[in-house]
Design a protein around this ligand. Structure first.
Ligand SMILES: [Zn+2]
Length: 263
């Protein structure tokens, strides 16, 4: 069985001490590819280094919408490591590394943490999508409380030029339907085994458009515990149960989806 984690943050401090063990456990359950995602210039550099460490780790470089704004901690409620970002310079950095990456992400829109700079967010989002089209890479999208704007912009900028993956999509049903019709993929995390939060989405999205991720260290199976790539196995089991197919069948289809998006 081949499993895949298409979105996680292995550069986070929580993995500093035992990353080798984490990778070993993932391999043991059958994980064959892990896409580590960057969220800002510093993280992007860390991700490229990680990808050199082990063949199983693939790099995705991006700019989280909140990081991209470069606001101070007090302005958004979450702490971000870097202040103002030189966006043009970062786009150049990503483009320069295009042969070392499998995707652009995570990128997107976040109106949950930021209530004031939506126009600026949208402008940055369009630019980074244009970069993805230019270097022909799939995009992995974060959207929180901004799903409608997000899908509209994706529709305008991407059309069907590169594959789109919506990570941990929490938008309303009609938007999910629209995204399914546009041919977008949806990646779901292990936390759905505990909370059921993505079970309706799993039911709705055709298996040919489903992917697995962990968003590790977040989106964990057990509340308060660290998530890690090995946990995708539990998500695959959940998908198999909801779709009423075998775990092997679910894993195979998800692996094929991974190859058609990122291969
Ligand atoms: Zn993430």
């Amino acid at each position: 069985m081949k499993l895949v984690d298409i979105h996680c943050h292995l550069n986070q401090k929580l993995f500093e001490k035992d990353l080798d063990e984490v990778i070993k456990r993932a391999k043991k359950v059958g994980v064959k590819a892990i896409i580590a995602s960057g969220t800002n210039p510093l993280a992007n550099k860390e991700i490229l280094k990680l990808a050199e460490k082990d063949e199983i780790i693939k790099a995705s470089l991006g700019l989280h919408p909140i990081d991209a704004l470069g606001l101070s901690e007090g302005e958004t409620g979450i702490s971000k490591p870097e202040g103002k970002i030189d966006l043009e310079k970062e786009f150049e950095f990503i483009e320069k590394n295009k042969d070392n990456i499998v995707a652009i992400g995570e990128i997107g829109l976040d109106y949950h943490w930021d209530k004031e700079h939506h126009d600026e967010q949208k402008e940055i989002f369009r630019k980074v999508l244009q970069l993805a089209v230019k270097i022909k890479k799939p995009v992995v999208i974060h959207t929180w409380a901004a799903e409608e704007d997000c899908i509209n912009i994706l529709e305008e900028e991407i059309q069907d030029k590169v594959p789109v993956v919506l990570h941990c999509f929490g938008g309303r049903k009609s938007l999910a339907t629209k995204a399914i019709e546009l041919g977008y993929y949806f990646s779901v995390p292990p936390s759905t085994v505990r909370t059921g939060n993505f079970n309706t989405l799993i039911k709705k999205v055709p298996i040919k458009q489903l992917l697995t991720e962990t968003d590790a260290p977040w989106q964990s199976l057990l509340k308060g515990e660290r998530c890690e790539p090995a946990h995708v196995l539990e998500t695959v089991k959940k998908i198999a149960e909801i779709k009423d197919i075998s775990v092997e069948e679910a894993a195979e289809q998800i692996w094929n989806n991974y190859e058609s998006v990122f291969g």
